[in-house]
Design a protein around this ligand. Sequence first.
Ligand code: ZN
Ligand code: ZN
Length: 505
Amino acid sequence: MVGGAWPYANGPLHIGHLTALLPGDAIARYWRMRGADVCYISGSDCHGTPITARAFREGVAPVELTAHYHSRFTKTLERYGFSFDRFGSTSNPEHIAFASDFHRSLASSEYVEDRDAPQAFCPRCAVPLVGRMTVGTCSRCGSTSRGDQCSSCGALQDPATMRRAVCARCGSPVSVGTSRQRFLLLGKLAPRLREFLDSRAWPSNAVAPTREYLQNPGDLAMSRSIEWGIPMPGLEDKTIYMWCEDMLGYLSQSLALDPAGFDELWRSPESYHYLVFGIDNLLFHSVVFPAMLMPGGWHLPDQLVCSEFLTLGGRRIATSDNWALWADDIAAVCSPDLLRWYLLAHGTLGGTADFTVGGFLDAVDSGLPGMVNRLHLEDRIIPDTYLEETFTQVGDAIAEGRPDRALRLIEDFIFQNPTAHALANLAVLLRPFCPETADRLGAQLGVGNEKWEPVGVPSGEANGPIFDMPDARALHVLEARATSKEPGPVVPFNANTLLPSGSRR
Ligand SMILES: [Zn+2]
Ligand SMILES: [Zn+2]
């Protein structure tokens, strides 16, 4: 199972989403080429307060907003060659039914407890305040923070306890009462979670913050006092916290895809699970999700693939700030495979990176695409053992969740062997990363490239450049447009269908 973090359906996909998700596609494609039975899952995350806040601002129902972005997501992801076996939505009836059943059964566990908890509400708006419906001061770093999570330091927040909390809508200081909520007892689970962490060979950027958090985790409220979500079984007027139901989508969509194989995938120790996401979602994947799975004896995540932040003009890319390069805009002026190559080779698995069009064009020119396009081919045959070793090393790097390292190995291989035989093998090696380019090259050379194994000398020749080069001027224009403004409210979302113009609030 390869699970790609569910993009949040409150804005179009940008290069930050692609950076975090692409490693999962390379992993899924690689294992399919190895003959594995792959289940590659993701979907649109449709619940929670950022959706209701955005829908309120746009004057539409939350369900209209999320349906619009879900349909855009599927088109954008297809354009970029994502090979999901199923791209679902947390609004799907099968997901809602699964999440309800899961929580009904989790509620009887010794690690779950219902109790009265402080609840923030706005005296003027007369509504309970959760997550981003409040703004206040982060108790860890002191910066101004949203009520769900501090965007400066990543600390989770609770509107009822955060300092100087005010209603995001009207600015009134919050009042605090109590409300019955359901808690996941992370404190009680901590010894098991620490043992689990020690049993896994996760990357260091996932291990260090997880270990720190597990020293003293607070219990997590799995229910929320908002209407837009999946009702929490047994707790009237409460819905399931979005982070306690969206990740169940990895299970609900596996079940919808293949009911007969579900138990083997999610109950057996034999299966292998990757979770692929951005670092701001780390603790949900490394702590909360395993903690929810443990009481029911489900298969726990094996490997985490955690991308760090991609910035634009030195600033963190964020849909909510309208600070982004949108995936669809880039695809109009640059081959999606080329951006796939760049974001996989120069992504953020090893640390934060800044995206600039200049840096992208330089990398394309001096890296694998430019080099391959300029090759003067020699006739030399590459020995079998050398080829097999290359396939093993590249494959191992992908399987460990490091496509960036795999692409460096491929680049070295071509650089050291500028031959027609190497080019034929490139049609195979490149397929997890740049599927369209690899298939076109394979067809031109007369090479079968569907299995992860070395091939012989090609019968055909490449005609024309192997990589399509981008429209550099158009890319610079996009970048200038994206970074010339002050970050501000999200772009109007009514690009086409939903709202007659002028009806927005
Ligand atoms: Zn208010
Ligand atoms: Zn903070």
